[in-house]
Design a protein around this ligand. Sequence first.
Ligand code: C5P
Length: 224
Amino acid sequence: PAGRPLAGRRALVTSGPTREPIDPVRYIANHSSGRQGHAIAAALARAGAEVTLVSGPVIQPDPPGVSVVHVGTALEMLAACEAALPADIAVCAAAVADWRPEAAPGSKIKKEDGGEPVLRLVENPDILRTLATRPDDRPALVVGFAAETGDILAYGERKLGRKGCDWILANDVSPETGVFGGGENSVVLLRRGAAPEPWPKLAKEEVAARLVERIVAAFAMGEP
Ligand code: C5P
């Protein structure tokens, strides 16, 4: 139907930061607000898709009409994403921590323990890459973000290849842009085998709406 062009399609969206415990009271995280990912989940649901949003800890309310799975760590986020498959569309907008402390003690690290603690970090799984390279149930369209500070085209194109995804929305998150936590985003849409397409600076809700328009068009053309 015209109003709900993604009816019958399943979509998976990741959003927000992850929190990687150092001990029971401390963690490593980042400044992601979840605004962009939540806006995308809401826009996909408005277009009729059946949406699962896997969200790290954010203050954004759960978008209406979306089933939300709340997670803490990257490992939990990956497990929730895999549990949400199969899906036709995956959009990874979460700012997943690249590393986590190798082991978190069960009790709080105390100054009285003496010395300065040394944190050993191990790499987290790449959720976008994992979804994009699933042998049997890869979503037909996998979209990632590339948040960079400077030279976003070069980094974005490289990321498109490395991650195995179909599209990348590359954006500049240099502190002076105010993108992290802000209401606007300035992105370039990178698609395999197509010229980069810069979008004007838009509210994150409008970036979401435009992305969903492009997704609808791609499915209408039988592209993915
Ligand atoms: O490599 P980088 O973190 O810059 O890639 C960003 C893209 O990859 C985003 O779409 C992000 O959601 C996704 N990502 C992921 N799991 C990770 C790291 C990044 O899904 N561990």
